[in-house]
Design a protein around this ligand. Structure first.
Ligand SMILES: *Cc1c(COP(=O)(O)O)cnc(C)c1O
Length: 227
């Protein structure tokens, strides 16, 4: 549905104030970046959100990312890849030069991506996706292995610039369990921060306030903005 500007302004304001409340509870110096997940919405709504000041957008499919980047080419937007990357789409993604690839979810994918980046003399900033809730339906590396894998990718994949971690909160109504998945990820992030990691991406429409209180500094919000 194409939403009018006042409608989107109201939704955006609500999210922004919720972010403010949550981040101030952590610290006045805790800055949180909002990435709008546009995968379910029309391209017109992206342009309207841009007019309202929003600059960073995320997509979970390479094809859709490409179409939207092309169509909105004249706007100074930042694009994030947030979905599982299939092997046969790696070259397409490299050519799009996304600002951040948030869903690097295995060593095999890292090695494959690195090889193809090398062939194109390209670099890509990525986050290591952690399956902190240990859910079979989710991709991402196991939290127990995340720290070591992060080091290994840093050492063996010079064309990948690792900037931190990403997780999707546990899929449950139980706030305690969701919080646990964020705290697990945050603990790994804090260890990696000492080695230069700067992004901890966690929190979506249903749980971003909790994620921020657990230390997230990048949230990916879709449905709360397009309701
Ligand atoms: C779809 C999606 C989001 C946004 O979800 P909402 O619940 O609509 O806010 C965030 N992160 C990832 C990885 C997604 O696939």
């Amino acid at each position: 549905m194409i939403l009018d500007k006042e409608h989107l302004r109201k939704n955006l304001d609500e999210v922004i104030w919720n972010i403010e409340d949550a981040r101030i509870a952590v610290s006045e110096h805790h800055i949180v970046k909002l990435v709008t997940v546009a995968k379910y919405t029309e391209i017109e709504n992206i342009a309207t959100l841009y007019a309202l000041g929003q600059r960073a957008f995320g997509e979970n499919q390479v094809q859709q990312l490409k179409e939207r980047m092309t169509e909105l080419d004249e706007l100074p937007l930042e694009w994030h890849m947030i979905g599982s990357l299939q092997k046969n789409k790696i070259n397409n993604l490299i050519d799009l030069r996304p600002t951040l690839m948030q869903s690097l979810d295995s060593l095999v994918l890292a090695e494959e991506l690195n090889k193809k980046l090398e062939a194109k003399s390209g670099k890509m900033s990525c986050l290591l996706q952690i399956n902190a809730a240990k859910e079979e339906s989710k991709s991402g590396v196991a939290s127990e292995e995340a720290f070591d894998l992060y080091q290994q990718i840093k050492e063996t994949c010079p064309n990948i610039t690792l900037k931190g971690v990403m997780t999707i909160g546990a899929h449950t109504e139980d706030t305690k369990i969701i919080q646990q998945s964020f705290e697990t990820t945050q603990a790994i992030y804090e260890k990696l921060e000492k080695e230069g990691a700067s992004i901890c991406s966690m929190g979506m429409s249903s749980d971003y306030a909790l994620a921020i209180r657990c230390g997230s500094n990048l949230i990916r919000v879709g449905s709360a903005l397009f309701k």
